[in-house]
Write a protein that binds this ligand. Structure first.
Ligand code: SF4
Length: 948
């Protein structure tokens, strides 16, 4: 039995995970009580990590045009084609599209190859879709991409303003930290600014249901209010900033009535929020995709930062603007310069001195001298033939890019596409000429940086399966074959990290924020034992390597893969995977613009290491070392029209991650929400003739999707919300980004994924169906289908444009023909139920009805795991009823203990009136806690019902 310290691969909270591998190879995970991001907590996604590491669907061998090949042939094909393309068409004819899922070491070598050796900056990342506007806003205001604060500030604040951030579902452990802090200090106030009443509203004192893209008006209005009500920190403004007058003048153009009109909020709501902000010194404003994914995202970020600069609320315990990132290593990607408009180590590509420095450090033959193509422009260039060779690493742009159908067409038309991935079959992998198997979470080694600038190790605890290799190794091998061996002779991730750390300190002397020079001399053992630390961590001693020269081990030798090839049928643990102690930070504390925060007492779990903050005393990274106020003005933009009258807001659900390549493997995570859906306000639903659970078609000028309707007053009238997770692998027509436009923020290049004009109409289904089956079904012959994993197999939601169907044949196609079948048909009523048995086990069951099928999903899925020897049990399946002794649990609320909404409602009716008492009775909410907001919502709904 071994327990290995690693980091969760999902969101930017960056929780520490302890992964235990039992002697029989079984893996279990728990939160790392000593990790400063989570102190032992994990959300539902993190808790279910062990369910996602099987080898089902893994890409295990390199392939060229669908043919299995050896690594040598695959690498040579990639290197040769890229070299020839560059020779014939120039460096800008090739591109890398990479990912916040990559580890820093992977990212570093990919960026180094493209920017320093190919000589192009055509490397961009899916982080462009996530937080590029925050990067741009930081750089405009601070002169650097610096997140000033720390997670601790969320617990120390007296007011937390959450803007466009559904923390309860998207950063659940931060939400739990805030909820816990608020329980200790009930006087803490929380304001949620979001067009939707999300689950995060559960802890909010005030929910401002702002109009889409109303944020610039809201925060410029706030700046004006602060000026009018003597709530400015004039000393801070004078000593540490510039441009305040212009920003205030721009803000003053809008009076309160104008702000109300632009935001859709009442003057009373605005007044209460502004007054609360003005009088609360310890304020943290947290923002994420709701701010960033906008055509005015950078202005929104600067409008928020302006208010913090104007009040001097930055870099102080409990005060600051705080961008939280979506991906586990979006921050690491920023540090290595993995975006098309940045250079490594937070240096600027447009700055000749920075370019010269990086070139010197890398001893690079060439260095990109201008920004490359940002993600949206990159795929346009693929589409129009300017880019002729594209390498996609660890991401799925066919589903996640805006205008996704056009992106897919571009990839299909590209002369040469390489995809490095862990899966053999994603919507993107299927179009690759060369497929390269990469190691997955649990198999790879490296570092990630979370939203509070904390660098943690991801450690391998499983052997690499098949011929899978780490991304850094794959890139380095291609670089070597392209003739750049000297620059890519790293033998281990530790060597890459050491080089990355050395570059951060190289000719820095406090001029740049990102400095982890204290780690420049790190050796393999120290790297193995690395404890989480926050940057900056500058060198406190003489640099280990002379300036301008970084000795790399091994010369031009080919680096060796770090893990042996293992039998793919086994998951035998590897021999030695040490557990590193977490004893506190090893880096010395920086001076200058960084302050140590107060160190809270132990909270019964772990001592907290001191926090680092930026800018309490100025020292920004602009040429004049002052923060720059940015004069921003709201731009009124109407995208809806008669044809597309609604605004679609895209987002995420609690238990899924990105395009479900990992979370879709977990039965536990797939039962919370098992199909694509759209939330619509009751008034809009009535207007468009849509009922709850109807299948609806959402269309934009670019494409359409078919999803389930969820009628709810949580949604703002005139707006829809739909999650972005479903792909062709999980649904008939659920790729939401087929609807979104390639409209981007003019500064950051981030797409406006939260403001898409669409129309909605009911899909006139003639029949609806639901099925469970032991084996995953082959392509389903239904107009609408959505497949999800469940404990004993798979479940499928169905809808049909036609009801003239041979249902027995359809069932046989779904779960196989069986001589042992039971069927019930009532053709007049349009009811059909068919169950097939394999011995005493249920092979599959299909339920068809003229309306949405009213069969308990949880009960039906459970039948796959039970034995059905007697006719009575078999008839019950065909009847679609559990029997009185097994009441329908309802839709899953608590994934950890499989507790449904009906069970919680029954417990409330029986006298449980708090989340704690529900936990005592049903255990719901007592593990990861991600469902507590939903439990509270059910309690509240029952309370309101009882009062009516
Ligand atoms: Fe992983 Fe959840 Fe922590 Fe995010 S909050 S890092 S998804 S455990």
């Amino acid at each position: 039995m071994r327990e290995v310290r690693t980091t969760c691969p999902y969101c930017g909270v960056g929780c520490g995970v302890l992964a235990k591998v039992a002697a029989d190879g079984q893996v279990s995970v728990r939160g790392d009580p000593d990790h400063p991001a989570n102190f032992g907590r994990l959300c539902s996604k993190g808790s279910a990590l062990a369910e996602t590491i099987d080898l089902d669907g893994r890409l295990l061998h390199p392939e060229i045009d669908g043919r299995r090949v050896g690594w040598d042939e695959a690498l040579e094909r990639v290197a040769l084609t890229f070299s020839q393309t560059i020779a014939e068409h120039g460096p800008d004819s090739v591109a890398f599209y990479v990912s916040g899922q990559l580890l820093t070491e992977d990212y570093y070598v990919a960026n180094k190859l493209m920017k320093g050796f190919v000589g192009s900056a055509n490397i961009d990342t899916n982080s462009r879709l996530c937080m590029a506007s925050s990067v741009a806003g930081h750089r405009r205001a601070f002169g650097s991409d610096t997140v000033p604060g720390t997670y601790e500030d969320l617990e120390l604040a007296d007011l937390i303003v959450l803007v466009g951030s559904n923390l309860a579902w998207c950063h659940p452990v931060l939400y739990q930290r805030i909820a816990a802090a608020r329980e200790k200090r009930p006087e803490m106030k929380i304001v949620l600014i979001d067009p939707r009443r999300t689950m995060t509203a559960d802890i909010a004192d005030m929910h401002l249901a702002i109009a889409p893209d109303g944020d610039v008006a809201l925060f410029t209005g706030l700046l004006a209010y602060l000026g009018q009500h003597n709530a400015l920190d004039r000393a801070y403004i004078t000593e540490h900033t510039t441009g305040f007058g212009k920003a205030l003048f721009a803000a003053s153009n809008l009076d309160l009535a104008g702000v109300a009109e632009a935001t859709g909020l009442s003057e009373d709501e605005l007044g209460r929020f502004y007054s609360l902000f003005a009088r609360t010194k310890k304020t943290v404003t947290v923002y994420s995709q709701g701010v960033n994914q906008s055509s005015s995202g950078t202005d929104k970020v600067n409008a928020i930062i302006n208010c913090h600069l104007a009040t001097g609320r930055i870099g102080k315990p409990g005060a600051g603007p705080f961008s939280v990132t979506g991906q586990p290593n979006a921050m690491g990607g920023r540090e290595v310069g993995g975006m098309a408009n940045m250079l490594a180590a937070h240096m600027e590509i447009e700055n000749p001195a920075h370019r010269a420095r990086v070139r010197r450090f890398w001893n690079a033959p060439d260095i990109a001298d201008k920004p490359g193509l940002k993600a949206v422009d990159m795929f346009k260039a693929v589409g129009d033939g300017r880019i002729k060779a594209l390498w996609i690493m660890a991401t799925n742009p066919v589903d996640s890019m805006p205008d996704a159908d056009a992106v897919e067409a571009a990839i299909k038309a590209c002369p040469f596409v390489v995809v490095s991935d862990v899966l053999a079959s994603t919507d993107t992998v299927r179009h690759a000429h060369v497929r390269l198997p990469a190691t997955a979470w649990g198999e790879k080694d490296g570092t990630v940086t979370n939203s509070e600038r904390r660098i943690s190790r991801q450690r391998a605890f499983l052997p690499a399966p098949g011929e899978a290799r780490p991304d850094w190794w794959i890139v380095a091998e291609v670089a070597r074959l392209m003739g750049f061996g000297e620059g890519f002779a790293h033998a281990t991730p530790a060597e890459i990290f050491a080089e990355h750390a050395a570059l951060s300190a190289y000719e820095n002397d406090g001029a740049r924020d990102f400095d982890i020079g204290a780690y420049a001399g790190i050796d393999a053992d120290t790297y193995e034992d690395l404890v989480p630390f926050q940057w900056p961590a500058p060198s406190q001693a003489t640099p280990l390597w002379p300036a301008g020269h970084l000795p790399l081990k091994g010369g031009d030798q080919r680096s060796q893969p770090p893990s042996p090839i293992t039998n793919v049928s086994e998951r035998a643990p590897s021999a030695k995977l040490p557990i590193s102690p977490l004893e506190g930070e090893m880096a010395g504390r920086p001076e200058g613009g960084v302050q140590a925060g107060r160190q809270p007492e132990k909270d019964g779990q772990a001592a907290r290491s001191p926090s680092t903050r930026f800018f309490a005393n100025g020292n920004f990274y602009t040429p004049d070392r002052r923060a720059h106020f940015i004069a921003v003005r709201p731009v009124a933009e109407t995208r809806t029209d008669e044809k597309f009258p609604l605004i679609l807001n895209t987002g995420r659900v609690r238990d899924h991650w990105h395009t479900m390549t990992r979370t879709g493997k977990s039965p536990r995570l797939s039962q919370h929400i098992a199909e694509p859906f759209v939330e619509i306000h009751p008034a809009d639903a009535q207007h468009f003739g849509i009922g709850d659970a109807d299948i609806v078609r959402i269309s934009s000028p670019r494409g359409e999707v078919l999803v389930r309707a969820l009628v709810t007053s949580r949604q703002r009238q005139g707006s829809l919300f739909a999650p972005m997770h479903w792909t062709d692998q999980f649904a008939a027509k659920g790729r939401l980004d087929a609807l979104t436009a390639s409209l981007t923020d003019p500064v950051s290049g981030q797409p406006a994924l939260k403001h898409v004009a669409v129309r909605i109409e009911k899909f006139a289904a003639k029949a609806f169906g639901f099925a469970v089956m032991r084996q995953r079904p082959a392509p389903v012959a239904a107009t609408y289908w959505a497949v999800a994993k469940c404990r004993g197999g798979w479940r499928v939601e169905l809808a049909f444009a036609d009801d003239d169907i041979d249902w027995a044949g359809f069932a046989a196609a779904l779960f196989g023909a069986s001589p042992d079948m039971l069927a019930y048909h009532d053709r007049d009523a349009g009811q059909h139920r068919i169950a097939a048995f394999d011995g005493e086990r249920l092979a599959g069951a299909l339920f068809v009805a003229p309306g949405p099928v009213a069969v308990s999903r949880g009960w039906a899925a459970e039948q796959l795991e039970e034995t059905h020897a007697g006719q009575r049990e078999r008839f019950r399946i065909v009847a679609g009823r559990a029997g009185a002794e097994r009441p329908d649990a309802g839709a899953t609320v608590c994934s950890c203990f499989s507790v449904g909404a009906n069970q919680i409602a029954a417990a409330v009716a029986a006298g449980c009136t708090t989340v704690a008492s529900i936990g005592e009775t049903l255990k719901a909410g007592t593990n990861c806690g991600s469902c507590r907001a939903e439990i509270r919502a059910i309690i509240e709904a029952r309370r309101v019902q009882a009062a009516e």
